[in-house]
Write a protein that binds this ligand. Structure first.
Ligand code: OAD
Length: 247
């Protein structure tokens, strides 16, 4: 069934008149691919695990094997997942709209798998590895390892190339995302609770520069009251419908 409605038409119209659009995605965009979000009260990763034990540099220094195994488990779940209708429709928008910038907090690589060409990954990518001391990327197949392999040049533990709590975001990617938000005329936040900074600050940055703001999320969030357009539905329903309304 093709979903229609005034909000879908409003977002399609906003996209049609936008020259520079930013789509900011969070864990909710991958929920329909079977990847758990972080803050869902039942199934969210942070409802089941303590971030302090698994997603901080201190946790990795204390118990590298535990942290590595948790990321290996997440990697396996992500490797089994496929892009969903939202990823595919966002990739189609990317081909259709030359002024689109896609910024994601997700580390799963599903936007790229769906065909989005240029993705600003604010929190890294779980498929990559890097040296925990030198920070340089290490190209290796880490499948099946139950403890962190050692860096071939310095012997330090290898870690996933993701941003942990308390760590800075990759500066060039953050700067490119901030520039895109400051210069856009429409920002669409999709599947994010907008609770984590500095990612959520991109919304304020865009709004203070005069951009329109749309939210796609089945639940209300901290920023919902600021939205000009709210699509209260799963991203996998919203984006194909918006794409169809654009045609
Ligand atoms: P959260 O788990 O905080 O929020 C996910 C949001 O997705 C919620 O607002 C849900 O209502 C919404 N959602 C659920 N299913 C959806 C669907 N099918 N379509 C659209 N929205 C849906 O995830 P993030 O906001 O991405 O950081 O979390 C931000 C950061 O916090 C993550 O990148 C991660 C985490 O700690 C790091 O690991 C550094």
């Amino acid at each position: 069934m093709r979903r229609t409605g005034p909000e879908i038409d409003a977002l399609a119209a906003a996209l049609r008149s936008s020259v520079r659009t930013v789509i900011l995605t969070g864990a909710g965009v991958s929920a329909e691919s079977g990847i758990p979000t972080f803050r869902d009260p039942q199934d969210g990763l942070w409802a089941r695990y303590r971030a302090e034990d698994l997603a901080t540099p201190e946790a990795f220094a204390r118990d590298p094997r535990l942290v590595w195994q948790w990321y290996q488990w997440r990697r396996e779940a992500i490797a089994a997942a496929k892009p969903n209708a939202a990823h595919l429709a966002i990739a189609a928008l990317d081909r259709l709209l030359p002024g689109l910038a896609l910024v994601t907090q997700n580390v799963d690589g599903l936007h790229q798998q769906a065909g989005s060409r240029s993705v600003l990954e604010l929190h890294g990518n779980i498929h990559r590895n890097r040296c925990s001391r030198e920070n340089r990327l290490i190209d290796m197949d880490a499948r099946g390892t139950s403890k962190p392999p050692r860096c071939p040049s310095c012997g330090a533990n290898i870690r996933p190339d993701v941003v942990w709590f308390g760590e800075p975001l990759p500066p060039q990617i953050l700067a490119a995302s901030q520039a895109a938000a400051a210069n856009c005329d429409l920002l669409i936040a999709v599947g994010t609770s907008s609770m984590v900074l500095p990612a959520a600050d991109l919304i304020a940055l865009a709004r203070s520069a005069g951009a329109g703001f749309a939210e796609v999320n089945p639940q209300e969030t901290l920023v919902s009251s600021q939205a000009d357009i709210c699509l209260r539905m799963p991203a996998g329903e919203a984006f194909p419908a918006v794409l169809a309304a654009l045609d």
